[in-house]
Ligand binder design. Structure first.
Ligand SMILES: Nc1ncnc2c1ncn2[C@@H]1O[C@H](COP(=O)(O)OP(=O)(O)OP(=O)(O)O)[C@@H](O)[C@H]1O
Ligand SMILES: [K+]
Ligand SMILES: [Mg+2]
Length: 675
């Protein structure tokens, strides 16, 4: 927290003195009422003590507001730069007759199609329905490396305000103006949409209860004090009350929440609710995709293995033609491999394999295969072993001996086998051979999973791939469990089972297929490059579309919960300690016996009270940086964390007031009338 942020937060902090705002935190509201009361008394019966207490009580409320304003300040700066990207884009809207209208970006409606070419700004959120382009998304992500956006796959989503760098795409608009991603992002980072989370509300109720308990305690003090002939002034009682109620955590609570959201934004993750951030901190099961998350994801064909009776060129040709219209990375890599092994001439030139007027069979996670139906009546398929076996069986064909061995051998290596089969008209289908798809486990991923395990989080790798491949990769990556041959429905079922056991589940996804599971998970992180269905379903969006970000997100959630826990512990310990610091000082004149307890030797009862009030205010300012930055978090189990927390923040909370109040008393006692 530097002077600059403080200066820009101050006007806001004063504006927040409005009781309608202060009311949101009952603890601080009590201080506010106390400030008004002591101010009135200071005007009616001015004395150094009363005026000083009134001023420092106002300072306490103000410092609480400063904490919140500083936390909000970072988001405001980001919102301003986002707003700048939004102004004044025009759109080339396609008309029904094929022509183009130039319209304002704000006039676009859902379903409109627009053309965007190199150098132009995409006028609204949408999906690419035609073409492929490289896009500069730095306006949204701050990341300068361009990304590829293309129709058809799971990388079809584009965000309004980003710039097309090359080529030409046609985009279908999917959001209304004013509800775009950037609009939502602005509202989010500004905190306009911030609602208190269930945990925050529960903590507020607890703090309010404590406040009421102390209110009763302080009021009960008066008859007792009166009886012993040392009735206390209202100012003293107010000051005492403020010192005892949990003002520290009351003041910092909202800043901690905002800072948590903000920390996610710094990691380019947008959480749609504070609740999602908290859930991330409590996650105990992490579902991770294999391809692209645990492995590098550019699964490439590395070998073509024909079965006996099929020549290499026959398999190469079949795999090549079955992949010609397959836009997946796997499909394209098969084309590349076949071309590099046989050359384009050898692959073409067979009239019955002509691909004009062919019918494509697109890959889907359900069918786990893809292929082509040629006009000559020949059908080619490639896909997961079990899927192709079922397809061949359905045509009355037999899977030749040796297929299983070949498939299992590839899988046991952690590679993905794709079986290639062909059906000629009027005959059962036959298996030609197997393509080996190689993928590499991301470096360093095993260490990250070990960290998660230390945090008590179970990692489950979910994949559409076969069991053997899944187990081999799972072993290498060090996950706790694998779910192989998973359909989207099975993913859903797995999430439900985990949740029924009382566990919170996090997952990432990008495809439309993932949407139901993303919605079911407690933390569903959608990739920004993914389909809009996935983005609607999840409760977080990762602008960098990096599935391993989930690991950071869990860390940030945990840090938020730990920070809140640590500062609550500190605050309550602090208040209890203050009780023992001031009460003896207050009554030492009446009960000389108390002097044994008066270990702090404060100058006078008034000086003791005022020093405690000042300490109580200053501790808020002192802890703002910690509330914003978060308590340093060492991955370890919940119990070890709790123990460390209580030791550091509980003990620290008890000791600090004694030292702090004593030091302040040394200054305060020099004020006239307080020695
Ligand atoms: N383009 C494709 N054509 C035919 N079959 C494919 C193609 N891509 C993948 N497959 C087969 O379908 C299976 C399931 O693929 P899918 O993409 O659903 O899961 P995955 O990529 O293996 O795992 P993950 O869920 O980790 O992404 C693969 O294991 C593979 O056997
Ligand atoms: K207090
Ligand atoms: Mg996949």
């Amino acid at each position: 927290m530097n002077r600059q942020t403080l200066r820009s937060a101050l006007p806001d902090a004063f504006r927040k003195l409005d009781p309608r705002h202060v009311w949101r935190s009952p603890v601080i509201f009590v201080v506010w009422v106390g400030s008004v009361l002591t101010t009135v008394l200071a005007i009616l019966h001015p004395s150094t003590f009363t005026i000083a207490v009134a001023l420092w009580l106002w300072a306490t409320v103000l410092f609480a507001n400063v904490a919140e304003a500083v936390a909000e300040g970072r988001g405001k700066a980001q919102a301003a730069s986002l707003r700048a990207t939004r102004t004044g884009t025009t759109a080339r809207r396609l008309a029904k007759d094929g022509g183009e209208d130039i319209v304002a970006g704000a006039d676009l409606r859902i379903g409109d199609t627009v053309v965007v070419e190199a150098g132009e700004v995409i006028p609204g959120d949408g999906e690419v329905i035609e073409g492929v382009a490289s896009v500069d998304e730095s306006a949204v992500t701050g990341e300068s490396a361009p990304v590829i956006r293309e129709s058809g796959g799971d990388r079809s989503a584009v965000t309004g305000g980003t710039t097309v760098l090359s080529d030409r795409i046609v985009v279908r608009i999917t959001t209304r103006p004013g509800e775009s991603f950037i609009d939502r992002m602005i509202a989010l980072v500004e905190g306009a949409e911030r609602q208190r989370t269930p945990n925050e509300i529960a903590l507020t109720i607890l703090l309010t209860t404590l406040t009421i308990v102390f209110l009763v305690t302080v009021m009960a003090l008066q008859p007792f004090a009166g009886y012993s002939g040392k009735e206390q002034s209202v100012v003293v009682l107010v000051a005492l009350l403020v010192c005892l109620i949990p003002t520290t955590i009351g003041a910092l609570l909202s800043a901690i929440g905002i800072a948590g959201m903000d920390r996610l934004v710094q990691h380019n993750v947008l959480a749609m609710s504070g609740r999602a951030v908290e859930a991330a901190g409590d996650v105990s099961t992490l579902l991770l995709d294999k391809t692209g998350t645990i492995t590098l994801g550019n699964r490439r064909a590395s070998q073509l293995l024909p079965l006996p009776g099929t020549t290499e060129i026959e398999l190469g040709r079949a795999a090549y033609i079955a992949s010609l219209a397959d836009p997946t990375p796997e499909g394209r890599s098969i084309v590349d491999l076949a071309v590099s092994q046989h050359g384009p001439e050898a692959l073409g030139g067979v009239p019955e394999l002509s691909t004009t007027d062919a019918e494509l069979v697109e890959f889907s996670a359900q069918t786990r295969m893809s292929g082509i139906d040629l006009p000559s009546g020949i059908s080619l398929r490639k896909g997961a072993g079990s899927a192709i076996v079922a397809w061949v069986g359905g045509t009355g064909g037999q899977v030749p001996a040796g297929t299983t061995e070949l498939v299992d051998g590839i899988a046991a290596d952690g590679a993905t086998p794709l079986v290639v089969a062909e059906q000629r008209p009027g005959r059962p289908a036959a298996v030609l051979g197997v393509v080996r798809l190689k993928d590499i486990v991301k470096p360093g991923i095993a260490e990250r999973f070990a960290t998660l395990r230390a945090m008590g989080i179970r990692t489950v790798m979910v994949t559409g791939d076969n069991r053997l491949t899944a187990q081999a990769i799972g072993r290498e990556a060090g996950v706790d469990d694998v779910l192989a041959e998973a359909t989207p429905e099975e993913k859903m079922r797995l999430i439900r089972t985990e949740q029924e056991g009382g566990r919170l589940v996090a997952m990432t996804g990008d495809g439309t297929n993932d949407a139901p599971a993303l919605a079911q998970a407690d933390v569903g992180v959608a990739m920004n490059s993914g389909t809009s269905a996935a983005k609607e379903a999840g409760n977080m969006v990762d602008l960098d579309s990096d599935p391993t970000k989930l690991i950071d997100i869990v860390g940030i959630g945990k840090q938020l919960l730990i920070t809140r826990g640590a500062l609550t512990t500190f605050s309550v310990a602090n208040d209890v300690a203050k009780y023992f610091a001031i009460i003896p000082a207050m009554f030492v004149g009446v009960f000389p016996g108390l002097s044994a307890l008066n270990i702090m030797r404060l100058a006078s009862p008034d000086s003791a009270i005022l020093s405690a009030v000042i300490f109580n205010a200053l501790i808020i300012i002192a802890l703002i940086p910690l509330a914003l930055k978060g308590v340093r978090y060492i991955p370890s189990g919940a119990e070890a964390l709790l123990r460390r927390n209580i030791l550091v923040y509980g003990l620290g909370g008890i000791v600090t007031p004694f030292v702090g109040i004593k030091l302040i008393d040394l200054f305060v006692s020099h004020l006239p009338g307080l020695s």
